[in-house]
Write a protein that binds this ligand. Structure first.
Ligand code: GDP
Ligand code: MG
Length: 277
């Protein structure tokens, strides 16, 4: 609830609201909650035709825009996406890798909030509300965590678990963060912070880069619990050793980089109050 709104004797006093958008600009997202910002969901997908029906079925209808970033798939990924959601925005990535795909997808988004989920069925679109809820109540950047209370994973092998734990520990030490999970593909943020993230990497180090840059810029980062499922069809494109080293290199490279200062929240733009009703 916005600090300007007070409740007294069961009555809501909403008199001196700073920049409350008109009621018509609020979208109901649950029976108890309506939000004013618009929401884009970015889905990087490389040969995920079989998984997309499951993934798209979990994305709530109130999401304003779905951006599918196709990694030059050789299956029917794009055709299936268009059949499922005729208004899906399809972006074909020019380079290679998940990082390159996300950068292209983020650049194509037109909403106030950007959420990223995977196309393999491991991340559940029904959790999007938790990420958006954290953003509209004050967070700048929201990380899904499989290790926060209420989270979990069916998809973490022993190697991945160990690698993620060590890499998370290094980031926490170097950047004074309290992250419980580093290499997870479910995150959300206000689009105005794209400059802070300034993605310039190719591969699976992308989530680490985002988490480190968000911390270095002093963004208000919040973790929400998330449950990762097994990919439904197909094989993972991640190689634990190769990609683990890419993550490690990213962590150390970022140490020397000057952070980009975040943009302040706009005071009174039409969709800018990011209010909750
Ligand atoms: N567009 C695009 N998507 C990718 C690429 N590499 C991985 N992805 C997608 O990123 C998500 C996570 O990849 P995945 O292989 O499942 O890695 P894992 O979840 O770490 O095992 C899936 O939706 C993939 O289809 C890529 O090079 N381009
Ligand atoms: Mg996966």
């Amino acid at each position: 609830m916005s600090p300007e709104i007070t409740k007294h004797n069961g009555k809501v006093h909403s008199a001196p609201l700073r920049s409350m958008p008109p009621p018509s600009s609020f979208t109901p997202v649950t029976p108890h909650l309506a939000i004013s910002p618009t929401v884009s969901v970015v889905v990087p997908a490389m040969n995920e035709a079989e998984n997309l029906p499951h993934v798209f079925a979990t994305i709530p209808q109130w999401v304003d825009e779905i951006v599918l970033v196709d990694g030059n798939s050789v299956d029917d990924t794009v055709a299936v996406a268009k059949r499922l959601r005729p208004n899906v925005k399809v972006v074909t990535q020019k380079g290679k890798g998940k990082g390159d795909a996300l950068a292209a997808g983020f650049a194509a988004c037109t909403s106030d909030i950007i959420v990223m989920i995977d196309a393999d069925g491991s991340t559940d679109g029904r959790e999007i509300i938790n990420f958006v809820g954290a953003l509209v109540t004050g967070a700048d950047f929201v990380k899904g965590s499989r290790y926060a209370a209420g989270g979990g994973s069916d998809d973490l092998t022993l190697n991945r678990r160990l690698g993620n734990k060590i890499l998370t520990g290094i980031v926490n030490l170097m950047y004074k963060t309290q992250y419980t999970d580093l290499c997870y593909g479910y995150n959300a943020f206000w689009a105005r912070h794209l400059d802070v993230l300034d993605l310039d990497c190719d591969g699976f180090e992308v989530e680490t880069l985002m988490n480190v840059r968000a911390a270095k810029a002093g963004l208000k980062v919040q973790e929400v619990p998330s449950h990762e499922r097994n990919r439904i069809h197909g094989e993972s494109n991640l190689h634990v050793i190769r990609d683990g080293f890419r993550v490690l290199k990213t962590i150390f490279k970022e140490w020397r980089r000057q952070p980009t200062p975040p943009k302040p929240e706009p005071a009174a733009a039409p969709t800018a109050d990011r209010g909750v009703a």
